[in-house]
Design a protein around this ligand. Structure first.
Ligand code: ZN
Length: 145
């Protein structure tokens, strides 16, 4: 286990109130592989908001991979303090960063659930579950195997 850092490859990570940053090493390794300043073409300051990691009673499904002992999931819901829920479809920065995060995560061998506004896949297979699709218009959910 380790904690999600507050700075990953030059990108500032901000946490929601009450977020438990302790996670399985596979999530930390995945973030270090995919999070970097070049998520945004041309560089510029970049900040990601983590709304959930492994805290208990966070409203996820009972068998969610967020919860201990797995701690193998993370939710990201804002880019530069702009909510994906409000800005994914209208803001270039939010759209680009969201899309690149999901594309990069999907290329990792450890990727399991990759749900978000851009795509919804589990173990590389497109999900057609309407609940999964609807629930992840507002944030990216990554989990590892
Ligand atoms: Zn999640």
């Amino acid at each position: 286990m380790s904690a999600v850092g507050e700075l990953i490859n030059g990108v500032k990570i901000v946490f929601g109130a009450g977020v438990d940053r302790e996670v399985h090493d596979s999530i930390v390794q995945a973030l270090e592989s995919i999070v970097s300043r070049d998520l945004l073409t041309g560089g510029g300051a970049l900040e990601l908001y983590v709304s959930s990691v492994s805290e208990l009673n966070s409203g996820h499904a009972e068998k969610s991979r967020h919860y201990p002992p797995a701690r193998k999931a993370i939710d990201i819901s804002r880019v530069n303090d702009l909510r994906m829920a409000d800005y994914y479809s209208t803001n270039r920065v939010v759209a680009e960063v969201t899309q690149k995060l999901q594309e990069r995560f999907e290329a990792l061998p450890a990727r399991r659930e990759n749900y978000g506004p851009f795509l919804q896949k589990k173990n590389g297979v497109i999900s057609t579950n309407q609940g999964i699709i609807a629930q992840h218009r507002s944030h990216i959910h990554f989990s590892t195997n």
